[in-house]
Design a protein around this ligand. Structure first.
Ligand code: FAD
Length: 483
């Protein structure tokens, strides 16, 4: 049993070799130094030897703690050793062979008889992936009284929908859902299988991967087909968000990935599409139904729906306090927006965790994202850079967030945000929850109005929102002028 893993922070150079070798055991912290997240992670014992600067010390390591066997192969990461040299302790025989697999499958997550948004987004991507390999898009729908959703799935690109409609499946449960999908996989042998990276998807997909002995890449942000091999390139942020890793599953099928909500685009609903609906009778044993749901208690807190929000006003460390978020909330209420936050804002207790945007928070893609007092770390940008229009309010004209912003307001957010609220109220532009056609008017106003802002006790001026155009702002290229 491993007794202790220690890292000498003085020696650690942040090369991330330990993270590459044992991602469940280590991550890099804010200072890009390795930190231990689990001493029981498979492969952790080899990291002492692998560390090029001798920063890792492991004591009491007599017994193996786990077996690393996944065949998912990282590509293009600049490994210190060739991936083939990483010891594979157990090579699993595929349950579904590569040469017998075909089609792109999507788990059609639903709750209370309503389809979640993410399977519709995945179906859009599945269609593109399927077209490249001339394959079909197949959806799997499980629940009670859900048959009626199959037609909707066809309209959103499914060629075939498997429906398991059974009163025992009223509420999501890991084991019966795993059994049903594993049975379908073994019988029909899909090539690719996609899940939303939701609470349900994150619970279900690893169980299925284990049952059908295949790999799984979690939290993908991009899915493409490699031209030469036809393999699915599954891309996701890795090593603290500092690089994008592309992962393949070369020898086992299906190639499985979870994808965060909001990343893939829904294709337009076509009510005239035709497809096949196949009802299946789930073959469930007593062991599959050992858990009985007695009561479902809904979270009474107001639900934050960042993933589907059209406008998000987000705050970071610069907001300064929980009370400071009040001005963001006021602006959000006026615009019918949701309020988000950086991890620092969450960790400082300014805002609840379910509002966090970023790599370890939510991935969002609103029409308008207003970042207030957020520096724009790579981990934050990983969750919001696909927003349509990004406005940054920051005291620092060189803040990273400005590199991805369409508009920059250089100034103190405590002055700028109330000013925006006041001006919007004056112009009667608020409260249009669904319709953001007011945006051109706002843009006009931003382009033409000059605000006075105070930085470090001195007064500066500039066009309140410099029109930076296509996110091509180079930090330092726009000068502030003192008045
Ligand atoms: P800071 O970086 O401190 O920036 C504060 C900004 O506010 C500065 O730019 C400053 O100029 C500006 N400012 C200060 N006062 C004012 C004012 N009065 N008016 C206007 N501007 C002002 N971070 C996330 O956000 N989401 C994640 O999901 C996430 N996941 C992570 C995962 C890992 C593995 C790691 C290692 C880190 C993660 N982080 C994440 C943390 C991330 O690295 C940054 O530390 C964090 O995003 C910084 O938050 P911030 O921008 O609020 O704070």
């Amino acid at each position: 049993m491993i007794m202790e893993v220690t890292i000498d922070r003085e020696l650690c150079i942040g090369c991330a070799i330990c993270v590459q070798q044992c991602p469940q055991g280590y991550e890099l912290d804010d200072e890009l130094k390795a930190v231990v997240i689990s001493t029981r992670a498979p492969g952790i014992m080899d990291t002492e030897e692998a560390c090029p600067v001798g920063a890792i010390a492991i004591t009491g390591k007599d017994t193996p703690v786990g077996v690393s066997h996944f065949q998912a192969k990282p590509v293009g990461l600049g490994f210190s050793r060739e991936p083939e040299e990483i010891p594979v302790l157990e090579k699993l025989e595929p349950v579904v062979r590569v040469d017998e697999s075909s089609d792109v499958w999507v788990f059609a997550e639903q709750r209370e008889g309503k389809l979640a948004k993410v399977p519709l987004q995945l179906m859009g991507r599945a269609r593109d992936l399927a077209n490249e390999g001339k394959q079909k898009v197949v959806a799997v729908l499980i629940g009670n009284n859900v048959k009626n959703l199959a037609k909707e799935l066809i309209g959103y690109q499914a060629d075939t929908v498997y429906v398991a409609d059974d009163e025992r499946l009223e509420h999501y449960q890991t084991v019966p859902y795993t059994t049903i999908i594993s049975q379908l996989i073994k019988k029909h042998k899909p090539n690719i299988f996609l899940y939303g990276a939701t609470f349900i998807g994150r619970d279900l997909a690893p169980r299925i991967a284990q049952r059908v002995k295949t790999g799984l890449t979690a939290d993908c942000t991009k899915l493409t087909i490699e031209e030469d091999t036809g393999l699915l390139d599954q891309t996701r942020p890795a090593f603290g968000g500092n690089i994008m890793a592309t992962i393949q599953t070369p020898d086992h099928r299906p190639q499985m990935a979870t994808v965060r909500p909001g990343i893939m685009k829904v294709k337009t609903f076509d009510p005239d599409r035709s497809g096949e609906i196949i009802q299946i009778s789930p073959d469930l044993r007593r062991d599959d139904l050992i858990a009985k749901i007695i009561e479902v208690a809904k979270d009474s807190r107001t639900k934050v729906n960042l993933e589907e929000a059209k406008i998000i006003i987000s705050g970071g460390r610069g907001v300064g306090s929980k009370e400071g978020f009040g001005i963001l909330e006021e602006l959000a209420e006026l615009l019918g927006a949701e309020v988000g936050g950086s991890r620092v804002a969450v960790e400082s207790g300014y805002i609840e965790q379910d509002h966090q945007v970023g790599q370890t928070g939510k991935t969002v893609a609103p029409e308008l994202y207003i970042a207030c007092g957020i520096s724009g770390s790579i981990q934050h940008r990983a969750g919001m850079s696909t927003s349509k229009i990004i406005v940054a309010i920051n005291k620092d004209p060189d803040a990273q967030i400005l590199t991805v912003s369409d508009y920059a307001i250089v100034g103190d957010l405590h002055e700028v945000v109330p000013l925006m609220t006041r001006e919007l109220k004056k112009r009667g532009l608020g409260g249009l929850e669904e319709d953001i056609s007011w945006f051109p008017k706002l843009e006009y106003w931003w382009r033409n109005r000059v605000w006075t802002v105070t930085i470090g006790g001195r007064r500066w001026w500039r066009g309140v929102c410099a029109m930076l155009g296509s996110r091509s702002y180079i930090p330092g290229s726009t000068r502030l002028r003192s008045v």
